[in-house]
Design a protein around this ligand. Structure first.
Ligand code: SAH
Ligand code: F3S
Length: 448
């Protein structure tokens, strides 16, 4: 007779960056593997509510207590519900969260999420807070691969965690701890596993992937990011390699050269510059000048003339004058950036920039953001326009939600393209001709 196990329902809410999205999928995989949990999309029906927070730009504390206020109502109706808060805000605020919201049962950090099964278990035996927010550990990656993947052809693979750069505006080094690289063997075996499960494209993930470093105590050699890229390129059926995010300061020549020898490296690079003014870059403690950034891009373009570059920009950093801002706009034209992300500077508690005098009004900052985004959209449209009529290699990812006859995939330069085709094509690379560039801001293609 089948023994029916009553699995507990988990609901996970995630804020913020790709790193956090990936952490949430690790939480899901770890809990599902214990066979005691299933995921639900309905928070009201769940037994365990998990909030994975991010504090990179938003007023995260206030947002946290708003969210918890909503969940408190569920707990009043169903007192045995467990509420867990994880992510960067949990690391920063720790027990303070529980002081203000006594109904929170568990607090965990980005590096302790692998302990969740144990922490949840403990929380059923005590009304006290169960907390573990230690940093700098790679244990969470054990059991992190979803072995049930079907129909998934692109996968994130974390290669390093944390950051030592301490850019003056950024909270990450405080919330995620020091840089720590995953052992080469673990990364490679995870990618081999994914390849056997059907994955054809990996996106290597880390705050600073190009800071990846392993020291081999036997041959006393350093193994770095480009060494890892070469090894990944030898794994069968991994036809595309992307990575986010790299830092201009450590974008060494060996990485540039890798673009010559590794065709799987896509013709697309996200390399945040933040500002086009050297004065602001200095205040941000970024560790490079715009001339060095430009030099690096020119070297890359020498090897890959059509490479498209995207970036992150911060406007309204303390001390940014109209002149500095103009330099950023000019730099965007000069490099010819493709789609980029841009943000208004937001002071983060405890960071060095938070102490700097800031005289620019919020209206002026909003206006700068508007002008910058307008420029980026125009430039990105030019990139799209150049694609019209070209043949693109596309990894087909799935069928369109609204039209069952239509499939979609991604071009090498990271653009979504729709086309009419049979579902057998999902998971394959095919060649498409771009026939429309204004298809709800996506591309439209046809099989050739
Ligand atoms: N290496 C990281 C960068 C982390 S944050 C990564 O994996 O992406 C992502 C972007 O958020 C940064 O590049 C920066 O442009 C923006 N950002 C970070 N802190 C910020 C702040 N205090 N205010 C505004 N934007 C910020
Ligand atoms: Fe943040 Fe700078 Fe590191 S933006 S993640 S401190 S490289």
């Amino acid at each position: 007779m089948n023994k029916k196990i009553n699995k507990k329902k988990i609901y996970i809410k995630t804020w913020g960056c790709q790193m956090n999205e990936h952490d949430s999928s690790i939480i899901e995989n770890i809990l599902i593997k214990t066979k005691n949990y299933v995921v639900t999309k309905n928070p009201e029906k769940s037994d365990i509510l998990i909030l994975n927070t991010c504090s990179i730009r938003e007023k995260a504390q206030e947002k946290l207590f708003h969210q918890l206020g909503r969940w408190k109502k569920f707990k009043e109706k169903k007192p045995n519900i467990r509420i867990a808060v994880g992510g960067c805000v949990a690391t920063q605020e720790g027990k303070k969260i529980h002081k203000r919201a006594k109904f929170v049962n568990i607090i965990f950090g980005p590096q302790t999420l692998h302990k969740l099964p144990e922490l949840i278990h403990q929380s059923y035996y005590t009304e006290n807070l169960v907390i573990d927010v230690t940093t700098s550990s790679l244990k969470k990656f054990k059991n992190s691969v979803n072995t049930h993947i079907t129909q998934k052809f692109t996968s994130f693979v974390t290669i390093m965690e944390g950051c030592n750069k301490y850019c003056s505006f950024c909270i990450v080094p405080y919330s995620r701890g020091k840089e720590i690289s995953r052992p080469r063997k673990h990364v490679l075996s995870e990618i081999k596993k994914l390849s056997n499960l059907g994955v054809r494209e990996v996106i290597l993930l880390g705050q600073n992937v190009n800071a990846y470093k392993i020291y081999n105590s036997i041959n006393k050699k350093k193994y770095n990011f480009s060494d890892l890229l070469y090894e990944i390129s030898k794994i069968p059926k991994i036809n595309r390699i992307r990575y986010i995010t790299s830092h201009p300061m450590e974008f060494s020549n060996d990485i540039i050269q890798a673009y010559k020898y590794i065709p799987q490296l896509t013709n697309f690079l996200h390399l945040p510059v933040q500002s086009g003014s050297n004065k602001i870059l200095r205040l941000m403690k970024r560790g490079y000048t715009i001339e060095e950034y430009e030099d690096l891009i020119n070297k890359l373009k020498f090897i890959r003339p059509n490479i498209s570059i995207s970036s992150d920009f911060i406007v309204g950093f303390p001390g940014e004058t109209h002149q500095d801002f103009k330099k950023t706009l000019q730099f965007i034209s000069k490099i010819n950036f493709d789609t980029s992300y841009s943000f208004i500077y937001s002071p983060r508690p405890g960071t060095r920039a938070a102490k700097l005098t800031d005289n620019t009004t919020i209206e002026e900052k909003k206006n700068r953001l508007y002008l910058l985004q307008k420029k980026i959209i125009q430039q990105s449209f030019q990139w799209r326009r150049r694609m019209l009529g070209t043949i693109q290699l596309v990894l087909v990812e799935g069928s369109a939600k609204n039209n069952p006859k239509e499939l979609y995939g991604r071009t090498e330069n990271n653009r979504i393209i729709y086309f009419t085709g049979k579902s057998e094509l999902i998971g394959q690379f095919i060649q498409l001709k771009v026939i429309n560039i204004n298809y709800n801001t996506y591309l439209k293609g046809t099989i050739i």
